[in-house]
Design a binder for this molecule. Structure first.
Ligand code: FBP
Length: 547
């Protein structure tokens, strides 16, 4: 395989580890835990894995350990640093005993069920150290939730002598990891299950999990490119750039990028929902900023839009819910309606309030709302071109204002969607170190016989030496939520907190950023050079920790 000079240099990077993990490790048992809500229900569902204590690791006396066979799964969307979790896990189990073995299940949880696996040898691992992507074993979105799948998985685990399975995934995958841990514990199968917090979306975090891996790198990649666009925008002075950023639900990515680049506008879905804003309110807010800047002769700017916005606008949420139910029940009839009549047909079938919202949407988006559906019958919001929807509606509003003499500028919009560009980027130093430490910590949790825990590495705004490694019972992060009509135990998703320091800092500055052209150009991720340039965590994390 041909490699770039940077890839070769980067392969030699030795990720930093917390001091406690550098030699032999001792387990310190903390206080017993409770779930964040619905304690009785969660306790009943997880009798074997509920209430376990927090764990931290400290430097200890060397101990002999028998070889351990471990399996690893990458679950869900790619996130920078996944390969380092696996290399940290590999090095960790080898440090316990050189005869330990690591097996990777291919293409996500489906690999476990279908018995599709490979042994990860040191030659393979060395090819992937500090690289982006999940291609070492691939990832997938198969949900591990049925007992038949658990038992099918157990067959191969038993055959390979695997004592522990590490599932690297987001909130849903870690919820399922916990259900699996409970099932194997109840059946006394002797297989431990450990989770690792992954997702660029940044919405798997809590008191004990500071951030999900990949968020740091992805935001840095997007911020670099947005910064480049801002330079272009400020040079040409003739375009408004509408930039949609990944993040299926939460707006952490958009907010972090805003803190890094100081755009003219950034919409935060959680605020839109809490203020009960309509689509027209959002459009008016953007159009007013465009008009104010135009009055100063600035017919250019940047607007950051979180991918999940549409579902946070209360009126759109109600419309989508009715559309889901209606189309699920009338799929056959709808499929026979001519394309040119579909819009009117839908309008005639919806309740008056939702019909009015639907009628106000541009054709393209109206069609996307009815045609693009996932296997569960839900509208796939990520396929909706919110950036185009907003810019079209802003253009219409400005045209009205122009006719009324309220706007006297030019408005030309360009559109971008940044998501896949950042999900497989080579991990920043932060993610390279954090991920390696998460994987290494997982190996220590396994050595200590733990199951139903998530690997946790904290204090990560301090130098890596001072990071705190340990484990958090997954049940601690759970509450009961309605999913597909049923109450289920799930890990609470962390949305942007409107009372949190990152959002408050943004609010403090946004008016100034809207009016002035106060752009920041972060530039590309750096790996070599001063720590202030190479090792900075996200602004979100620094602000959350009061730094
Ligand atoms: P995970 O939550 O699985 O990490 O995936 C997050 C994400 O990247 C979202 O930001 C995005 O909406 C989605 O995946 C895209 O999914 P897909 O990879 O199936 O296109």
């Amino acid at each position: 395989m041909t490699k770039s000079a940077l890839q070769i240099a980067r392969a030699a990077y030795q990720p930093k580890l917390p001091k406690a993990l550098k030699g032999a490790v001792k387990t310190v048992i903390g206080a017993p835990t409770q779930s964040v809500a619905d304690q009785d229900a969660i306790k009943q569902l997880f009798p074997n894995t509920y209430g376990m204590p927090l764990i931290t690791f400290e430097a200890g006396e060397p101990m002999k350990h028998a070889p351990i066979n471990v399996g690893v799964i990458l679950s869900g969307g790619q996130a920078p640093g996944g390969h380092n979790v696996i290399s940290g896990l590999f090095d960790g189990i080898k440090s316990l005993n050189a005869d330990s073995k690591l097996y990777g299940f291919i293409l996500g949880p489906g690999g476990l069920v279908d018995h599709n696996y490979m042994e990860l040898t040191s030659t393979i691992i060395d090819e992937y150290r500090n690289t982006g992507g999940f291609d070492i074993i691939g990832s997938g979105r198969t949900k591990l939730e049925k007992e038949e799948q658990f038992d099918k998985g157990y067959e191969i685990l038993k055959q390979l002598g695997i004592q522990a399975l590490v599932i690297i995934g987001g909130d849903d995958s870690n919820t399922n990891a916990c259900v699996l841990a409970e099932y194997y514990a109840a059946k006394k199968y002797g297989v431990q299950v450990i989770g690792c917090p992954k997702t660029i979306d940044g919405d798997l975090k809590n008191e004990m999990i500071e951030t999900s891996f990949g968020f740091d790198t992805a935001c840095k990649v997007y911020s670099e490119v947005i910064g480049n666009i801002q330079r272009d925008c400020n040079s040409a002075r003739k375009y408004w750039h509408f930039i949609k950023l990944m993040g299926r639900s939460a707006s952490h990515i958009a907010l972090e990028c805003a803190l890094q680049v100081q755009p003219n506008v950034c919409i935060v879905s959680e605020e839109v929902e809490s203020k009960d804003m309509s689509l027209d309110d959002v459009v008016t807010y953007i159009a007013e900023i465009v008009a104010t800047r135009a009055a100063e002769g600035n017919n250019f700017g940047t607007v950051l839009i979180p991918e999940g916005l549409i579902e946070f606008i209360p009126a759109m949420k109600r419309l989508i819910a009715e559309l889901n139910d209606f189309l699920a029940a009338n799929a056959e009839e709808f499929s026979h309606i001519k394309k040119s009549h579909q819009r009117d047909y839908i309008i005639s079938k919806l309740s008056p309030a939702n019909a009015a919202v639907y009628a106000s949407l541009p054709d393209t988006v109206a069609r996307q709302l009815t045609l693009d559906r996932d296997p569960h019958g839900n509208v796939q919001v990520s396929l909706i071109e919110t950036e185009k929807l907003l810019s079209e509606m802003v253009a219409t509003k400005l045209a009205t204002w122009k006719a009324e003499g309220k706007f006297d500028g030019k408005f030309a919009a360009l559109h971008h969607f940044f998501g896949y560009e950042g999900r497989c980027a080579a991990p920043s130093n932060y993610d390279a170190d954090y991920c390696y430490s998460l994987g290494y910590t997982a190996s220590m949790l396994i050595a200590d016989g733990k199951t139903g825990y998530m690997s946790s590495v904290r204090n990560t705004t301090a130098p890596a030496e001072e990071w705190i490694a340990g484990g958090v019972p997954i049940t601690m992060m759970m509450n009961m939520e309605r999913r597909h009509g049923e109450m289920k135990p799930v890990i609470q998703k962390a949305l942007v907190r409107l009372d949190g320091a990152p959002f408050k800092t943004f609010v403090e500055h946004r008016e100034r950023w809207a009016k002035l052209t106060d752009y920041v150009y972060p530039g590309p991720i750096q790996y070599f050079g001063p720590s202030a340039v190479c090792d900075q965590p996200t602004k979100t994390l620094l602000l959350e920790q009061g730094k």
